[in-house]
Design a protein around this ligand. Structure first.
Ligand code: ADP
Ligand code: MG
Ligand code: ZN
Length: 607
């Protein structure tokens, strides 16, 4: 808008400059000749210097016998002869002079006489018009304020077109959505048989699992217009805008039917109404109400399907999930090993890969990665290859990128002092050795004391396969592993550093979950003790609501502590028993800074 304005202004300026240039050119024409007074003219006539006089209005253009030209002015009303007479002209000499009268109303007259008068009027008029236009635009903007800001992807725009082929994995979700595609492609088949097609499909899944991508793919497959809007775009500073945008969006979509309306990040407006503290939610609630109203008003014949995406289905208003609204719910999970390989395949399609690339291995090493993480990984690999002036992306580039995506970039520049390096080495060796010594813990993939992101060093453990269920013994072992670094520091240096703080926080959180959410504490038993946390929309306040007594709270604290204490004892037991191994691993770490899985396995096995 601002850009537009300055562009318009520039144009106005240029036009003004051109006009005034033209004016001065025309005006200049008349001024370029020397002007003489009437008495001088009379003198010249009397001395016989003048050959020709042209009268044009009040201006006399005089040609002298020597070829030069001058001008003179007379009064408009009086006739020339009379005027000259008054100045005492010699009538005899005047007879020799050729006198013509140029008719008025010529262009020259117009430009010469009218323009100087009109010019300021034109300029002022132009400015008024220009300003008026701006003002009008402003008020137009006020009117278009309530219009939807949806981005429209038409079936013709091939560039943005995404189809199911571009989405790997998420089989069930695709299966569900194929039905929608079928309906949009040939609604008659469904309508004739009296089938009710869902109005709304809600895609749920963790961030980066491909919800937005999948919604676009539905549009691409069905070949219908796709109105894409993020929920936060409904909300503006002014109350009522969201509701009016909603109306507009549905109106547009119905006009373009069959079509899809996609509202991304629905939780931004779809949160439970009345959940916040105090006021200030009117706008959001009005928008939500309007969406509900519009959805209820939609008929199957409208052939408009709503798709929404959220990663917080738990906070959505139940009214949204009622039958007849978003009653089709599709869950997108994080990809498993096979799906990860397929996603990697899609994202490496346009990239030259080296012979040694085995996407299967990368997929094995990336449990817990989302589709977005994998896309990012491939991109990082390509960047790495390009920086090393390679023509192709090698397996090593991809493997290095796994850690980069997981833990942040390596910070080789952050050099540890010799003492810090030693502490770090024992700390990581502690984690790794405990992990290797306990049956249920995930195997160690890599240990490093090169800083990465916020961590001074890290021990990378990856599950052998994707896990969906976690057992109590797994958690107990993991707790001990978490404390392995802390325990090693105490054991070796008889001192604790801040390097263990992150481990302690994670261990405490995990222990807390074991007690309050997973029912894994014997004393508390199978009971969920929730401290309900309610984030207030647009606000930072946090209210907590306990569903248990102070006495239970004390018991929870006690149980958490006992989980942590026994984890510590287990870690100590391992590290004291295998102290020699600990020293050995730490020494290798200090020397090499990183130990890969194969070498680590060898180190731990030899005893
Ligand atoms: P969400 O909306 O669930 O947060 P997106 O759909 O925006 O995630 O996904 C982000 C990016 O991750 C996509 O643009 C795509 O490149 C990649 N991606 C995610 N899931 C998949 C998948 N199943 N197949 C292929 N690419 C995927
Ligand atoms: Mg998204
Ligand atoms: Zn640690």
């Amino acid at each position: 808008m601002m850009k537009n304005f300055s562009k318009k202004f520039l144009w106005a300026f240029v036009i003004l400059m051109l006009l005034s240039a033209a004016y001065s050119l025309v005006a200049g024409q008349f001024q370029s000749k020397k002007e003489i007074s009437l008495s001088e003219l009379v003198k010249k006539v009397n001395t016989g210097e003048v050959s020709e006089i042209t009268i044009s209005n009040s201006t006399l253009e005089i040609k002298l016998k020597d070829g030069s030209e001058v001008t003179a002015q007379k009064e408009v009303e009086a006739s020339l002869t009379q005027t000259l007479d008054n100045y005492g002209i010699d009538q005899g000499k005047l007879k020799d002079v050729n006198v013509h009268v140029k008719s008025n109303g010529t262009l020259a007259f117009l430009l010469g006489v009218v323009l100087p008068i009109l010019m300021p009027v034109i300029l002022i008029g132009f400015f008024i018009w220009f300003m008026a236009r701006q003002v009008q635009r402003g008020s137009m903007q006020a009117f278009t304020f309530g219009q939807s800001r949806a981005r429209l992807i038409t079936p013709e725009s091939q560039k943005d077109r995404v189809t199911f082929k571009d989405v790997a994995g998420v089989k069930e979700a695709k299966e569900e959505l194929k039905e929608i595609v079928d309906f949009l492609k040939s609604p008659k088949k469904f309508l004739d048989i009296g089938a009710k097609i869902p109005k709304g499909v809600l895609l749920m899944g963790p961030p980066g699992s491909g919800k937005t991508l999948l919604a676009k793919a539905v549009a691409g497959e069905a070949g219908v217009p796709f109105f894409h809007m993020s929920a936060s775009e409904f909300i503006e500073m002014f109350v009522g805008v969201g509701a009016s945008r909603t109306r507009d969006l549905f109106r547009l979509a119905k006009k373009a039917a069959p079509s899809i309306i996609f509202i991304d990040e629905l939780d931004a407006i779809g949160r439970i109404r009345g959940a916040g503290l105090g006021g200030g939610h009117d706008e959001r609630e009005q928008t939500l109400n309007q969406i509900l109203v519009e959805m209820d008003g939609m008929e199957t014949d409208d052939r408009v399907i709503m798709i929404a995406a959220t990663n917080r289905p738990d906070v959505l208003d139940p009214a949204l999930l009622r039958p007849g609204r978003f009653d089709r719910r599709v869950m997108l999970d994080l990809p498993d090993k096979q799906d990860r390989e397929a996603i990697l395949k899609i994202h490496t399609k346009n990239k030259p890969l080296a012979e040694d690339v085995a996407l299967k291995v990368i997929a094995e090493r990336t449990p817990g990665f989302s589709g977005a993480d994998l896309a990012n990984l491939v991109n990082e690999g390509a960047i790495l290859a390009a920086r090393q002036n390679q023509k192709t992306v090698a397996q090593m580039d991809l493997i290095s990128s796994i850690e980069k995506v997981m833990l942040g970039p390596e910070r080789k520049s952050r050099l540890l002092t010799v003492a810090e390096k030693k502490i770090s080495a024992y700390h990581e060796a502690g984690h790794a050795l405990v992990a290797a010594s306990l049956v249920h813990a995930d195997p160690v993939h890599k240990i490093s004391i090169v800083s990465r992101g916020r961590a001074a060093g890290y021990t990378l453990k990856l599950p052998i396969e994707d896990k969906h269920l976690y057992s109590r013994s797994y958690f107990l072992d993991e707790l001990a592993v978490s404390l392995g670094g802390y325990v090693a520091e105490i054991l070796v240096f008889n001192e604790i550093t801040t390097g263990a703080s992150d481990d302690l926080r994670k261990a405490t959180d995990l222990a807390h979950n074991l007690v309050t959410r997973f029912g894994m504490s014997e004393k508390i038993g199978p009971m969920v003790l929730s401290e309900k946390e309610e984030m207030v929309f647009l606000g930072r306040e946090l209210t907590t609501e306990k569903n248990f007594s102070e006495e239970t709270a004390r018991m929870i604290d006690h149980e958490v502590k006992s989980f942590l204490d026994s984890a510590r004892v287990r870690a100590e037991e391992v590290l004291i028993r295998r102290r020699a191994k600990l020293e050995e691993i730490a020494a290798v770490l200090i020397e090499k800074e990183t130990i890969e899985r194969e070498e680590f396995d060898r180190l731990v096995k030899e005893s």
